[in-house]
Design a binder for this molecule. Structure first.
Ligand SMILES: *Cc1c(COP(=O)(O)O)cnc(C)c1O
Length: 373
């Protein structure tokens, strides 16, 4: 069997051995009907996770990491004379703004504080003043900090002003329960290595067929990364347009099976339990968490570096890594912090074991506990 590692970084996540082993299959050409049937099964499962009616929504698969979804949605879903509104309150929505920049798309970069939920009045005001906004883009969970955005409320505003609502759900999908219509989402996205606990290399967008079909008339800004083209090809041929990540799709199928066996609410309860253990463990050691209680997605805890001359994240990381636990630096400019995440096939006991190791690492490095600021 494969040695088990506990990944407390924000994805790829710890996977089960059954998911790892699902990749070991006889060689197959992905153009075979047998493989097309597996793709269909995966697409159906992906829709079901977000309660999307297959009549109204499609799951479109791509070969790439999660950022490919952001790129595709932004370059494919903006009509000729429309503008995008990026609700920017973290590293991932900043990436969305950069994608707009790279494509030369007209967009409003609505920069908001990164340590709290956005002011909805400000968003409404922006929508009101800019009737040419055709697409609004938000990150559900800013993975760099752990901030949760109130997508249901934002989505209701977007729809009141007749925009298309695109939500980057990469770090919530298949963890926090999501409901396409109740959450007012037109497009969401994720990558197989995060919530579904499968392998890297498969990403997917779930979105409204009517909007994708309308986008056939929009400017084509990319060849490989066009949503309509991929959707249309899959509909006509039951396959991905270009070579799919074959073995990764077998792993995803197994991961979906395990997702439905665990169940939406049980899985969310488990992630929350893991998160609570992380947050409590950090707070007991005196660490300050960047996002206030009640505004976190309860999946990523970002702790501020203490003001201790002996604190050295690299050294602490290496000591934990040697003992099978991976932790991760933060993602806010000029603010030193590290992250401990509740993704993956892990539970409370793993966090308990982690804190034993973490405390040893702090001690070895002569960091004062409780930590000081
Ligand atoms: C992980 C993640 C992505 C995708 O990152 P990749 O490195 O391209 O897989 C996008 N958005 C969010 C919010 C994420 O957490």
């Amino acid at each position: 069997m494969v040695q088990r590692k506990v990944l407390l970084n924000p994805g790829p996540a710890t996977t089960t051995d059954t998911v790892k082993m699902a990749q070991v299959v006889p060689d197959i050409c992905p153009r075979e009907k047998e493989f097309a049937a597996i793709m269909r099964e995966v697409e159906e499962g992906l829709l079901r996770i977000v309660h999307a009616d297959p009549e109204e929504y499609a799951a479109v698969l791509f070969c790439g990491s999660g950022t490919i979804n952001m790129d595709i949605c932004l370059n494919s879903l903006l009509p000729e004379n429309g503008k995008a509104l990026i609700i920017n309150n973290g590293a991932y929505s900043s990436r969305g703004a950069e994608i707009c920049q790279y494509y030369g798309l007209p967009f409003i970069n609505l920069k908001l504080p990164v340590d709290r939920q956005p002011d909805l009045d400000l968003i409404e005001d922006t929508l009101k003043k800019n009737p040419d906004i055709a697409l609004v883009y938000t990150t559900h969970h800013e993975t760099g900090t752990g901030l949760l955005n109130p997508i249901r409320q934002i989505g209701a505003l977007v729809h009141r002003y007749h925009g298309v609502f695109v939500v980057d759900t990469t770090s919530t999908y298949a963890m926090r329960p999501i409901h396409m219509t109740e959450d007012e989402i037109d497009f969401c996205m994720a990558s197989a290595q995060k919530g579904i606990m499968a392998m890297t290399g498969l990403s997917f967008i779930i979105g409204k067929k009517s909007v994708i079909e309308a986008s056939a008339e929009y400017p084509k800004r990319s060849y490989y990364c066009n949503l309509f083209m991929q959707y249309e090809y899959a509909r006509a041929h039951g396959e991905m347009h270009f070579t799919p990540p074959v073995q990764v799709i077998y792993a995803a199928r197994q991961a979906l099976k395990e997702y439905f066996e665990e169940g939406e609410l049980n899985k969310w309860e488990r992630h929350r339990r893991v998160y609570c253990a992380i947050r409590e463990g950090l707070e007991e050691l005196g660490f300050r968490i960047f996002i206030p209680k009640g505004q976190e997605a309860e999946l990523v805890a970002a702790a501020l570096y203490p003001d201790d001359p002996n604190w050295n994240f690299e050294k602490i990381h290496d000591a934990c890594y040697e003992r099978g636990f991976t932790i991760y630096p933060g993602k806010v400019e000029k603010a030193g912090m590290f992250r401990i995440c509740a993704l993956g096939a892990i539970d409370q006991e793993d966090i308990k074991a982690f804190f034993t190791v973490f405390q040893e690492a702090l001690k070895e490095n002569h960091v004062t506990v409780p930590v000081v600021y």
